[in-house]
Design a protein around this ligand. Structure first.
Ligand code: 5GP
Ligand code: MG
Length: 188
């Protein structure tokens, strides 16, 4: 375990087992639809890479980069679509994959853009973690790995100051960074 990690909430084995379950369910639900898997940079990339390898239906892969954090470990309330797919998604089934659902602003903005501007016909959402907090906007994920309490977590795509994304597990940190005073996540 990394020395700055105080507690492991979800081990690598548990995460991989849960992803196999999600991948099976998603494959059954989306087979025959030629879905576009839209990974949200940067945090959703780790889950996406593992998830698509558990799926046994054909998929396309694309990426979007959206920022919701403007400063501190508290969400800024502003969502900026920095990079969005250029391909024609009209009439397509799109599965948006992100690391964590917190205030919901990120997923809400992405889903709205896909439906309203890009005219995707069926937009689904998948997150590894669903934070048990009141949402700032009305959105829920269709596929959820685990529910987690209201605490700042790192690992498996989730960062603090750009660090810890490569941890194979999800944990909470020792010290001030864990609560917000010492650092903050990067965009995405
Ligand atoms: P939302 O827009 O739902 O508030 O925030 C989603 C984004 O905020 C996630 O994609 C993630 O980048 C970041 N985020 C939310 N909660 C946490 C957390 O506990 N730890 C880390 N590292 N990032 C988080
Ligand atoms: Mg992030």
């Amino acid at each position: 375990m990394h020395e700055e990690v105080k507690e492991v909430l979800f081990t690598a084995d548990r995460i991989q087992a849960r992803i196999r379950e999600l991948g099976g369910a998603i494959s059954r639900d989306l087979s025959g639809r030629d879905p576009v898997i839209l990974a949200l940079l940067k945090g959703g990339v780790v889950l996406t890479a593992d998830l698509i390898r558990t799926m046994d239906c054909p998929v396309h892969l694309d990426f979007a980069w959206v920022s919701s954090y403007g400063g501190g470990t508290v969400s800024s309330g502003r969502v900026e679509l920095k990079v969005f797919p250029k391909e024609d998604l009209s009439g397509r089934t799109v599965l948006v994959v992100d690391d964590i659902l917190d205030t919901g602003r990120t997923l809400r903005a992405v889903v709205d853009e896909l439906r309203e501007t890009l005219k995707a016909s069926d937009v689904r959402t998948c997150v590894l973690l669903d934070k048990e907090v009141p949402r700032a906007v009305d959105v829920e994920a269709d596929y959820v790995g685990f529910r987690v309490g209201d605490q700042f977590v790192v690992g498996y795509g989730l960062d603090l100051d750009g660090h810890y994304r490569n941890l194979p597990y999800i944990g909470v940190l020792h010290g001030p960074g864990a609560g917000g005073a010492g650092g903050r996540p990067e965009l995405g």
